[in-house]
Design a protein around this ligand. Structure first.
Ligand code: ADP
Length: 749
């Protein structure tokens, strides 16, 4: 026994080598005769070259002859009757040709009818009732089995009993194409193959495909002399023997059986979801023929097992499945009651880990990462996610041998030799990753799987030579975790569906709230507009009357009266300004934006020219250090934003030379922002704003200075600026150093 500390080499891919297609070997096994008939007249098209031995005719004498040369008319009539349908219910035909009993088995392929004759010592007398008797008892036993192991054991026992093979095994394909023996019934003196693994190279993809076409395959003697089946006499094309019972055996497979010491073999396909799930594999250590009738019973049992597979597999690990389902139900309950999915996932991280029997967990939402249990470190996880994103299909990807396919994982194999990733949404990086630690495993191979070698022949062709020894060969496998079972992965996928449901429900609620908010906002805007509009009228009246009073009755009033009246005029003026501000504010919410491409450079130049007329102070300057881009926006409203910000920069400024700079940040310098949105800024060298006031300046009517300072104002300008920017889908924020200057940044969506 060899114990080797190596990682499993990737299996030899037989598809890479030019191997003769085993369907077109041009020979059959020697235990029968193959006759290929033209359709529909059933004249003989081609025969295998052993007709002289079994039928008493030279093969060339049969070509183009009518079938009636060898079969009585009533048998030909039976075949004719079935030409349009299914031959299964007439197979096998009991024939006597040249005093020899045969089982005649018919199938159709490539527009030919194939008649295969298997010689019998006695006339076959099996009938439906015998078949029923045999299978009835076995079926009863099968019905009583409750899981896959029990079912497999019954099948191997019964098939051994029926056929008398020295060894009957159930061989199950693993996901990577390799397989292992899950049940075995054998002659007592033989060494057990139970639990042995066989590499994927043992059964290539063509053979695997053939198992789905031909449910049963018999090789009564590997030492047979192949019987030639010549090509089509006219077209020279080889015949496709995929469905043929007698089809010749690929020499490499014969060598393989020989190396194993096997002389006769039979395999019965086990099919699940139209794919080869496994095989019932029978071995005999001397030649062994199994009559067609017994093979039919075996084939039937294989089909019963195939049908039973899903329900029996369902019962495997039942207790574990139930416990995981419980965890899942509790988890979904808790999640659905929470407002914040991530927060809730984090809170229930232990349950989340248990859901798939993981050792570690990472919950990732964009730049936020939450870790629990045994995991790689943050930096490694982000790199891993980048790689996993290329692998995810249908929102999930898992592997139990991460370091084999992603070499950086060798560094953190202790934490993550296995990973299962679930994408909750892929628009934002919203992932759950489960990790499994490395579990050094010992795999028992039937012989050293790395020994399946390719040999280059003198003519340059490649010949595959199977390993010589099938003695148990142990391999220690590193960089591997326990495998993710299908039902565990299923639990994770179901959790995702529930989580998405919760997120969508919350999004619905939020959308409803938003709608309500929009409606209230509209109503509020309408109210503000109407109220301000209606207030303006009486206010103008008060203002006018106070002004008249002041003009017409000034001499009658003492100083105090005059003062009060002047205050009244000033206050009404101020109130009018405030109402005007309110009206402007509410108008923004009520009017549709007229979005159009605008050259920001031209816009700013126009504003500056206008200000040159209205602001007389010569000591100010607006600087535009680089060409401003063309952007999409509402011209009037954008003018309002820039005018407001520029005026503020000049107004709240006590420097002898006042400057306002208008520009934008280079997108490269702020990689976290979407490249479509520029970050503009308006920067002044003014009085600055104390940090504690930065938050409040955008509030309506909020001023940091008295009426008499810095030219007064209503405190509505920045509120309007913010609203316009938000209507464009953008954001505004401010940075300031007290007494040095302020910079307003904004985006436009
Ligand atoms: P107003 O329309 O009265 O100027 P704003 O809403 O535009 O009001 O500004 C609100 C307050 O924010 C102002 O009273 C001022 O104190 C402060 N502020 C605005 N812009 C600047 C600036 N560039 N520098 C310093 N303070 C400013």
């Amino acid at each position: 026994m060899t114990i080797s500390e190596i990682i499993t080499e990737p299996a030899i891919n037989l598809d890479d080598y030019q191997i003769a297609d085993i369907r077109f070997l041009g020979s059959i096994q020697a235990y029968g005769v193959l006759i290929i008939l033209n359709q529909p007249d059933l004249t003989i098209c081609q025969v295998s070259q052993n007709t002289q031995q079994w039928l008493g005719y030279q093969s060339e004498d049969l070509i183009n002859q009518p079938l009636s040369l060898i079969l009585p008319q009533e048998q030909i009539d039976i075949i004719n009757d079935c030409l349009a349908g299914d031959f299964n219910h007439i197979n096998p035909l009991n024939l006597t040709i040249n005093n020899q009993f045969f089982n005649g088995i018919i199938h159709r392929s490539q527009n030919y009818t194939f008649l295969e004759l298997e010689p019998l010592n006695n006339p076959s007398n099996t009938n439906f009732f015998q078949f029923y008797q045999i299978t009835r008892t076995i079926l009863k036993k099968i019905q009583k089995t409750s899981n896959l192991t029990e079912l497999s054991n019954i099948i191997v026992q019964e098939i051994k009993q029926l056929t008398g093979f020295d060894r009957v095994m159930i061989y199950c394909f693993d996901e990577d194409g390799s397989g292992h023996v899950i049940a075995e019934e054998k002659r007592e003196d033989l060494e057990s193959f139970l639990d042995l693994h066989y590499p994927a190279t043992d059964i290539d993809h063509i053979s695997r495909h053939l198992y789905t076409l031909n449910y049963i395959r018999l090789i009564p003697d590997i030492n047979y002399t192949p019987v030639v089946l010549p090509n089509h006499p006219e077209t020279e094309e080889p015949f496709d023997l995929s469905l043929s019972i007698l089809r010749g055996v690929y020499p490499c497979h014969l060598e393989y059986l020989n190396n194993m010491g096997v002389t006769a073999s039979m395999s019965i396909s086990l099919i699940h979801n139209n794919q080869a799930w496994g095989l019932v594999s029978c071995h005999h250590y001397s030649p062994k023929y199994v009559p067609y009738s017994i093979r039919t019973v075996c084939e039937f049992l294989g089909q019963v097992m195939s049908i039973e597979l899903p329900s029996k597999q369902e019962h495997e690990y039942l207790t574990d499945k139930i416990s995981l389902k419980n965890i899942q139900t509790n988890l979904i309950n808790s999640l659905s009651q929470s407002d914040d999915l991530i927060e809730s996932l984090v809170k229930h991280s232990d349950q989340l880990k248990n859901l798939v029997h993981a050792d570690g967990l990472a919950i990732c939402q964009d730049s936020q990462l939450f870790l629990s249990g045994k995991t790689p470190d943050e930096h490694d996880i982000y790199d891993l996610i980048d790689w996993l994103e290329t692998k995810i299909e249908d929102d999930v990807f898992y592997t139990d041998r991460l370091p084999h396919i992603y070499s950086p994982a060798k560094q953190f194999k202790d934490a993550a030799s296995g990973v299962l990733i679930l994408a909750l949404t892929r628009v934002s990086r919203y992932y759950i990753l489960w990790f499994r630690t490395e579990v050094i495993q010992t795999v028992n191979w039937a012989g050293n799987p790395h020994e399946f070698v390719k040999v280059e022949e003198e003519d340059g062709s490649i010949k595959l030579s199977p390993r010589q020894s099938f003695k148990k060969w142990q391999e220690t496998v590193q960089y591997q975790s326990l495998p993710w079972k299908k039902y565990e992965v299923q639990e994770a996928i179901e959790l995702k569906n529930a989580a998405i449901g919760i997120v969508l429900k919350k999004a619905d609620e939020l959308a409803a709230l938003n709608l309500e908010l929009q409606r209230s906002n509209k109503e509020l805007d309408a109210f503000t507009y109407i109220a301000s509009h209606d207030l303006k009228e009486p206010l103008r009246g008060i203002h006018n009357y106070s002004s008249f009073l002041l003009e017409d009755y000034e001499e009658l009033l003492d100083e105090d009266g005059k003062d009060k009246l002047q205050t009244l005029v000033r206050l009404t003026k101020r109130m009018e300004e405030l109402i005007e501000g309110l009206l402007r504010y509410s108008r923004i919410g009520r009017t549709e934006l007229e979005i159009q491409p605008l050259d920001l450079g031209i816009l700013v130049t126009n504003i500056v020219s206008m200000l040159k007329v209205s602001v007389q102070d010569p000591s100010w300057e607006v600087q535009i250090p680089k060409t401003l881009p063309i952007i999409n926006g509402d011209r009037i409203l954008l003018e309002e934003i820039l005018t407001n910000l520029i005026i503020n920069g000049l107004k709240y400024n006590d420097k002898p030379h006042k400057t306002v700079e208008i520009s934008y940040l280079d997108p490269e310098t702020t990689p976290e922002t979407p490249d479509s949105s520029y970050i503009f800024y308006v920067k002044d060298n003014g009085i600055g704003i104390r940090e504690k006031h930065l938050d409040v300046i955008f509030r309506i009517f909020k001023r940091l200075h008295g009426q008499n300072q810095y030219g007064g104002g209503t405190g509505v300008g920045l509120t309007i600026v913010k609203r316009i920017i938000e209507c464009h889908g953008g954001k505004i924020w401010v940075e300031s150093t007290y007494q040095e200057g302020t910079t307003f940044y904004f985006t436009l969506g």
